[in-house]
Design a binder for this molecule. Sequence first.
Ligand code: NAD
Ligand code: UDP
Length: 390
Amino acid sequence: MASSTRVDLDGNPIKPLTICMIGAGGFIGSHLCEKLLAETPHKILALDVYNDKIKHLLEPEHGSPTLADRIQFHRINIKHDSRLEGLIKMSDLTINLAAICTPADYNTRPLDTIYSNFIDALPVVKYCSENNKRLIHFSTCEVYGKTIGSFLPKDSPLRQDPEYYVLKEDASPCIFGPIEKQRWSYACAKQLIERLIYAEGAENGLEFTIVRPFNWIGPRMDFIPGIDGPSEGVPRVLACFSNNLLRREPLKLVDGGQSQRTFIYIKDAIEAVQLMIENPARANGHIFNVGNPNNEVTVKQLAEMMTEVYSKVSSETPLEVPTIDVSSKEFYGVGYDDSDKRIPDMTIINKQLGWNPKTSLWDLLESTLTYQHRTYSEAVKKATSKPAST
Ligand code: NAD
Ligand code: UDP
């Protein structure tokens, strides 16, 4: 653990904090808890409905008792739990990660998606504002929606101009599809909560930071259907493709896998969050893109790279036909739509926090798929060797 003489980016000593982390049991929360316990003296009040992904941090016999002393799990559903305000009041900082955030839910469970990402976040913002507590709220890169360039003619040279596709916190518009494309229920709810937080800052002095993650990926992301999640569940792309690779099935490319994404290693991204936590004077009042603009691929290229990396880490030869195309309607149902391209502008986070991502896509896939293979391959083998029930 770090000594008490740790200093921030301006050379001032960092005071130990009590952090109320809502959604601490999820993918990002589990990595953030791990990092804060290992490298800082901060205390965590970890709120979630699940704790499987942070169990290893909560049980002293599996780690150092001093680490477990600094994290306290509260099984709370923030939709309806009167303990929420008290826990926020006890803390110096609240970090809200809680959300429904898997695209398969946006068009099939739009009401739950809107409630989770907007309505359920309202009391958190209100309690922080009323009690003068700092808030770091997790939004999404999806608030940008589609790029301006995607509306230009296919052969327009302007499509190659970064002005038409690079996404800037203080300049880019938010472009969503029509209401019947319910995919945008998530982006729209996140945009409205961002606007509300911003307004609380402007009118009532709320100290806030908004994070817009651009496809953070790594170990413990989502679930493998039929192993540690529902058989019919559709997680985000890393877990979908991992599941296909573990089961030796072709990877499914939605509408040909032509959409583009930039992927960032979770451990790089968590460093940015730690800087925000420990440098409030530089982070308050800002919205930060957190992504890796150097790791851009089409989803098809991602599938090809994951196939190659998985073959290396598992020593299994790839399938002869490693991918198949599926329509978005077949894969996600009606109302699905997609972001065409997501390149984060890094100017603001660079200037305020001096942060840059480090890990290449190949390297992050190698460590992540090594984890997926080690964690799941035996369980998948067992599940697939069972005779089908009649
Ligand atoms: P996750 O689903 O792994 O974690 C979210 C956690 O919140 C889960 O553990 C869930 O149980 C908890 N939660 C949800 N509703 C709750 C409630 N009512 N009460 C208590 N706990 C509740 O997702 P993640 O990838 O860790 O994402 C965290 C945040 O970051 C979300 O707000 C998401 O929208 C945002 N985000 C993540 C990414 C990414 O790349 N991973 C991209 C864009 C945005
Ligand atoms: N996708 C795909 N096959 C899958 C899962 C996802 O082609 O098995 C595509 C999806 O249509 C999207 C991209 O991969 O274009 C990223 O999807 P993800 O669920 O990770 O979330 P998003 O980046 O869209 O928020």
